[in-house]
Design a protein around this ligand. Structure first.
Ligand code: ADP
Ligand code: CDP
Length: 253
């Protein structure tokens, strides 16, 4: 049985379960983590960010959008006029990179220095540049250290972190690991629905090119061993949230 099939099966079982709500977890299931760490990866438009945030809210957990870290560094480089194709220049940006992100799912503001970049990091110019900085190994090491310290910080009983390599590199030993997928047409339609001011064709080109470049660095299209695949193509937004919450509850109860 493939990882995909086995996961659809476990998703079905978990979704049908009507277990009482519990956000607790046994010490053993947490491994070395101080709280429940839920790792979610997937391609652009699969629903990682919105679904992870809603699942965190439903469980009383925190939420970590790791892509915001890469986007913020790209934003800084664009502001400074840095050549983002030059890895040395990109590494130079890390010196004194003063980055902060909210992990409350109801307050996910992002700051670089004194500037609130929450909206700016979603602009197409940042989406178009971010893959260039994400492929620099020193950037990944630097940001991964930061992400791990946020995952293990004192706070709510759990945290849902989403990105491209959370299940494989940042937290391969997380008690819950999910690959959230959706077929290309569904992903492009979702993204097109979000971005005003850009034609659907431009959005599609940009998303596919970003996925192509990102997948040269990390594999977020196939589930690593032990990672559950949840295909949201045929699911509504609410059904996807329910499925993720059920998978988390099933894993920690
Ligand atoms: N299962 C789903 N069905 C319909 N729309 C969805 C679903 N999951 C996510 N969306 C919508 O798709 C858009 C992209 O989701 P987002 O969370 O930004 O994806 P990602 O973080 O993977 O790029 C959002 O507008 C979101 O509300
Ligand atoms: N764990 C992660 C998260 C994001 N990224 C990079 O950051 C970019 C933006 O991530 P994102 O999660 O905001 O992207 P979307 O899928 O939400 O559009 C990605 O295109 C990757 O280049 C990464 O390399 N590793």
């Amino acid at each position: 049985m493939s990882a995909h099939e086995s996961t659809q099966e476990s998703t079905r079982e978990a979704t049908q379960e009507s277990a009482p709500v519990s956000t607790g977890a046994s010490r053993a299931s947490l491994g070395h983590w101080t709280r429940v760490v839920v790792a979610i990866d997937g391609p652009a438009g699969s629903g990682k960010s919105s679904v992870s945030r809603a699942a965190a809210r439903a469980l009383g957990y925190e939420f970590l959008d790791t892509g915001a870290g890469y986007r913020s560094l790209a934003w800084l480089g664009l502001e400074r006029g840095t050549d983002l194709e030059d890895p040395e220049a990109v590494v130079g940006l890390l010196d004194g990179f003063d980055y902060a992100i909210g992990t409350d799912p109801d307050d996910v503001r992002v700051r670089v220095g004194d500037v609130d970049v929450t909206a700016a990091i979603r602009e197409p110019r940042v989406s178009g540049a971010v893959s260039s900085i994400a492929r620099v190994p020193q950037v990944r090491v630097h940001l991964n250290d930061l992400f791990r310290s946020l995952l293990d910080a004192p706070g709510r009983p759990g945290i849902v972190a989403e990105g491209r390599d959370i299940t494989t590199v940042v937290a391969p030993d997380a008690p819950v690991r999910i690959l959230l997928t959706a077929d290309e047409m569904a992903r492009l339609a979702r993204r097109a629905g979000e971005l005003d001011g850009q034609s659907d064709a431009d959005v599609a080109r940009q998303v596919l090119e970003r996925d192509r470049r990102d997948s040269q660095v990390v594999d977020f299209m196939t589930a690593a061993d032990g990672v559950l695949t949840l295909d949201s193509t045929q699911l509504t937004f609410d059904e996807t949230i329910d499925a993720v919450v059920s998978l988390i509850r099933a894993a920690i109860d």
